[in-house]
Design a protein around this ligand. Sequence first.
Ligand SMILES: [Zn+2]
Length: 234
Amino acid sequence: MTTDTSVDQSDDDRTRDDANRLIVLLRTLLAESSDIVQHLEATTGLRFSRLQQSFWPVLDQARAAHEALAVSAAGVELAPPRAVASATEAHVILARRTEAMASGSRPEPCDDYIVYRLGRPDPAAQIGPQDISPPPLPPLPEGERPQCGKETQTGLPCRNRVQSIEGRWASGCERHLDDHEKAVYEREKSQGLAHSQALRKAQQAARNKAASVTAHRWLQTMIAVSTAETSLAD
Ligand SMILES: [Zn+2]
């Protein structure tokens, strides 16, 4: 009996390519399903927190499955399985890969998915400076945060770390600022709170916008499928 290795190789390649496309599609649909739940929450005012949270472990498992498929297809050397019963589980394969590749560079196995994600609008990138006010606070001063050292009621030096204000270390901790520093600190603290609230609001709006784009595409697809089915039935 003879075997045609070129056909076998070609079939293997096709199977591997199909598997890669399907896992990318799976991850895409899962990520978009999460978008749809987000959109439903934004448009109906109802909360689906548990449904939304249930996507997180599933997305993680799908990511691991994608990486395990890529590792398997690339023929990356794996450490021997520790437990034969679970040796093919995605996370186990990845752990064996990590163990085997304790040294040396690690190739990025999920190029296709990353390319897909780059093609999608990143909600974080949609946030412009105009969406967030007031402007971010000055960065923390360099170096280790000094101890306060001011005398406490017990007569011992205060061991708290000093506050930072106006991009420099203040003369003391929150309890031991002088009056001018206290005023500046309170102002910056409320600015910081307002800034993080504005940032959260802008992030939510950007996520809602991205989710709405996904929802629109899903509805368009449903309409297209429904139209195609109707014309086939005619
Ligand atoms: Zn102090």
